[in-house]
Design a protein around this ligand. Structure first.
Ligand code: P53
Length: 484
């Protein structure tokens, strides 16, 4: 047997893509409530109002004019507002997860549902909602795995403080953490402080108006400090808590064995490892300090920060794994086509319809690398294939491609455990039920074992249907990964 007996099989989601109910239960707005849907070619846009009252649409990756505030245009469609409506379907959905035999379920809590302004304000109705959700999970013996912050910033903080560029947000985040740690300490044991910390940027995710590297890294410093403080606080509140970090891990291979390409890959990988180094080792690595020097800026730090980072290292590494990438110094290398992140095309790999390179071996390589570098338990908290599914007349969905993708990735994890001796805690494939895509805002980029009837414009009955992969994954869990 290769997977440990208590291996956490499950699935993963996030509030802004799944929950909906954006204006229900006294919830405050989040920055993500102001981004529209896009597509493979067309970026998602933020709608905002400038200081002189003009309404603008800005690419969600770009900077916003100084002082602009989030604005919701009643004539536009914003996918987060209903998403796939976990808010009203949680009982039904959790019973479906239980049918698949989930041991755990990863979700994020919406900060502005619990603290509508993100400050020292508490919304009891919001807290109660997650109480009900956790109780429902525990009823079936499903362990909640909670991402404290998954890409969302309360809009109030973005509008009034310029989000995470303001150091005060550390205290607001800590207050939020304290509130949920105390409230849910008997229901939740597994936490992650920030989703995909290494790709956080821009107003929609961290509430900053100016995305220049200097401003971004300053905000990220505050986030790193907040994460370290949250780890310490969580352990004080409950010594049983397991608090992890979460990184978007896309390993970069050198395109050739030319030493310059190898070095290029080292540089590319540092973009992820920097965040892991700080959160797992407790200090800024020297290569990053040198990089900041060359960029001509230094992070503004408080005296206590060094110590906070040192004392607040994480218990485990959660990471998402979808694809790998390649690095080269050759400017003529073939560029990858995709909706984000990957730069060059790996000639040995096929890609998803959204251009993401499919690479199960890359998962094994990542598991080995990370385990050898950090010696911490690993948790694959996202993985999966975004694909277009067809709902047949008899409501079946034959998603062979998805089973094929997952099968190969599970085999890779198995090999990493069995042959390489990696310590792996669990596996929660992304969007175990269909959710809105983070990158494109589409519904048609689906990951789930459960189909949700909803289209890119937000039309549909929201009815749930089991895909073929539902029955397949149920069997994987039942046999603890022995039958793929
Ligand atoms: P979507 C880019 C690259 C890898 C992972 O992504 C990413 C992103 C951001 O789009 O995000 C994670 O929905 C993220 C989830 C997201 C999922 O991957 O663009 O943690 O919120 O939905 C899949 O296909």
């Amino acid at each position: 047997m290769s997977f440990p007996k208590d291996f956490l099989w499950g699935g993963a989601t996030a509030a802004n893509q799944y929950e909906g109910g954006y204006n229900l239960g006294k919830r405050g707005l989040s920055t993500l409530d102001a981004i529209t849907a896009g597509s493979f070619k067309q970026p998602r846009m933020v709608t905002c109002k400038t200081k002189d009252g003009k309404i603008l649409s800005v690419n969600k990756e770009d900077s916003l004019p100084e002082g602009a505030v989030g604005y919701i245009d009643p004539d536009l469609y914003y996918p987060s507002h209903t998403a796939t409506d976990f808010y009203h379907h949680y009982k039904e959905d959790i019973s479906l997860f239980a049918q698949m035999g989930f041991k755990c379920f990863r979700l994020s809590v919406s900060w502005s549902r619990i603290c509508p302004k993100g400050m020292y304000d508490i919304n009891e109705e919001g807290l109660k909602f997650y109480d009900d959700v956790f109780d429902e999970l525990l009823k079936y013996g499903i362990e909640p795995v909670v991402t404290i912050n998954h890409f969302d910033t309360p809009m109030y903080l973005a509008d009034h403080l310029d989000g995470w560029s303001d150091r005060k947000v550390i205290d607001y985040y800590l207050f939020f953490c304290q509130t949920i740690f105390e409230r849910y300490k008997n229901k939740v044991k597994y936490w992650m402080t920030f989703n995909e910390i290494n790709i956080l940027r821009s107003w929609t995710q961290i509430g900053i108006h100016d995305n220049s590297p200097c401003r971004r890294y300053q905000a990220l410093h505050h986030i790193l400090v907040a994460s370290a403080k949250a780890v310490q606080l969580g352990h004080q509140i409950c010594s049983d808590f397991k608090i992890g970090m979460m990184c978007c891990y896309i390993p970069a291979y050198p395109m050739t064995c030319k030493p310059e390409d190898v070095y290029e890959a080292i540089k590319e990988n540092r973009k992820r490892e920097f965040f892991m180094d700080v959160q797992c080792k407790g200090y800024y690595p020297s290569y990053q300090i040198k990089e900041f020097e060359r960029m001509g800026f230094s992070i503004v730090m408080d005296d206590e920060d060094e110590n906070i980072l040192k004392e607040g290292t994480v218990d485990y590494i959660g990471f998402s794994y979808y694809m790998s990438t390649v690095a080269t110094i050759d400017p003529n290398a073939q560029k990858a086509e995709g909706n984000q992140i990957t730069a060059y095309k790996n000639p040995y790999l096929e890609t998803s319809e959204w251009g993401w390179a499919i690479d199960p071996m890359g998962l094994r390589i990542s598991l080995c690398k990370l385990y050898e570098r950090y010696h911490l338990p690993l948790f694959v908290v996202e993985n999966g294939l975004g694909a277009i599914d067809v709902l047949e007349k008899d409501y079946s969905i034959h998603d062979v491609y998805r089973m094929d993708y997952l099968k190969k990735h599970i085999q890779a994890m198995k090999d990493a455990i069995e042959i390489d001796g990696v310590d792996l805690m669990g596996y929660t494939p992304w969007g175990c039920i269909d959710v809105v895509s983070a990158g494109t805002g589409e519904m048609k980029k689906r990951y789930g074992f459960i189909y949700v009837d909803m289209d890119d414009q937000g039309h549909g009955t929201l009815k749930r249907f089991k895909k073929d992969s539902f029955y397949w994954y149920k069997n994987v869990i039942e046999t603890n990964g022995e039958v793929l």
